[in-house]
Design a protein around this ligand. Structure first.
Ligand code: V47
Length: 377
């Protein structure tokens, strides 16, 4: 078989043909000019999402940082007895909910450590109390790794656990915990936690139950291009089966305060190349997010021309990246996020978690209603 070239890959993209593992690997060859790759990804991005660039008004809640696992890339986790260790009580969680609603947030993104002294009910109850107090706040909560931990705690099936959480008020699931699926890498950076099969079983079941989920890839540590492309193709395969992924978020590794602090963080060029390759390989996932917290504002803005169509949100109270050395601000105002998008020549569109247009009351912007569904065009 002939080795793919940028020309043969461009032809495939133009003909709407699916790219292969070999194509993905070829696009990682530094000989392939980044600008040309970006332009190709941009065509696909505009084919799917037009000129829109989405953002949302959201907040993060990390109810505890105490974690049974010791993933070498994580600066957020803590031991129970470490002075840094914490676990929030119901009142603290509700205060965060109230703050979110007052700021007009449509979404709360909830993830944290796996606290060995907290029972399953602690996690379910947290969703329940927030949902009862603030029913309009969409709870995008718990990664597949947490669901896998709940399986261990309760011996219940994934389906039964997701049923409990949905009844309590779970609205969708974030894409974390995916890291790199290939065991050559996964066994070195997070050997004890949910493996690729566990992660996919949770997302498959969530999709079967009608829950939308996101997916991620943590890159720029010990993995090679092969592991990244393999990772993306595994996500594409589940999406073919279920269609339940909304958004893919490539996550650039931040080394500070982690067990991999000797590794340099990926360059902006690698970030943009990975963004573009993700857009091209994940032909069946509608949205690609440039998560500004981790990319930095300049690269996230540039990524809107390299395949990305979403910047995530205003993001209050993010800890996972800031503990690992992210120098981005703690939150962006709506005005700044809209200006960043407009400067990139895109149309800023506020969305809710499930991609409906958000319409705000001009006199009191904390008041909003969900409008039309923003289907990929
Ligand atoms: O799974 C942890 C990553 C993830 C580091 O679904 C790190 O909308 C880089 O998944 N350097 C959690 N990455 C965050 C996440 C996410 C973020 C934004 C939006 C969404 C979404 C999901 O963060 C973890 C891990 O892959 N991570 N430590 C670090 N030092």
């Amino acid at each position: 078989m002939l080795k793919p070239t940028l020309e043969s890959i461009t032809k495939k993209v133009e003909d709407g043909e699916r790219l292969s593992l070999e194509d993905g690997l070829q696009l990682y060859d530094p000989e392939v000019p980044l600008n040309a790759l970006g332009q190709l990804a941009n065509r696909v991005r505009e084919r799917i999402n037009g000129n829109r660039a989405y953002y949302n008004i959201n907040t993060h809640l990390n109810p505890t940082n105490v974690c049974v696992y010791r993933c070498s890339f994580c600066a957020f986790r803590s031991d129970l007895r470490d002075p840094k260790g914490y676990a929030m009580d119901e009142e603290q969680v509700l205060t965060r909910g109230q703050e979110a609603v007052q700021h007009g947030c449509t979404e709360m993104h909830i993830v944290g450590g796996l606290h060995h002294q907290k029972p399953y009910d602690w996690y379910v109850n947290l969703v329940r109390v927030l949902h009862e107090a603030y029913p309009r706040l969409h709870l995008k909560a718990w990664t597949a790794v947490e669901i896998n931990w709940f399986e261990f705690l309760t011996k219940k099936s994934i389906r039964a656990i997701l049923d409990d959480l949905m009844q309590a008020g779970l609205g969708s699931m974030p894409g974390g915990g995916a890291e790199i699926f290939h065991p050559e890498v996964r066994d070195q950076i997070c050997e004890h936690k949910a493996d690729a099969k566990n992660w996919f079983d949770v997302h498959r079941t969530a999709h079967q139950l009608g829950l939308k989920t996101n997916c991620t890839m943590l890159y720029g540590h010990i993995e090679k291009p092969y592991h990244r492309v393999d990772h993306l193709l595994r996500l594409r395969e589940l999406q073919d089966e279920t269609g339940g992924f909304q958004t893919f978020i490539p996550l650039a590794f931040h080394p500070d305060n982690t067990g991999l602090a000797h590794i340099k963080k990926p360059s902006a060029l690698d970030d943009l190349r990975t963004m573009a390759i993700s857009r091209l390989l994940l032909d069946n996932i509608p949205h690609i997010k440039a998560y500004w917290v981790m990319l930095g504002i300049g690269t996230a803005q540039t990524a809107l021309a390299y395949g990305a169509d979403d910047l995530d949100g205003t993001v209050r109270h993010e800890l996972i990246y800031h503990d690992a050395g992210a120098t981005t601000p703690e939150a962006l105002s709506i005005e700044v996020i809209r200006r960043l998008i407009a400067e990139a020549g895109r149309e800023p569109v506020e969305r809710d978690t499930l991609y409906h247009r958000v319409e705000r009351d001009a006199r009191d912007p904390s008041q909003w209603r969900a409008g039309e569904s923003l289907r990929a065009v």
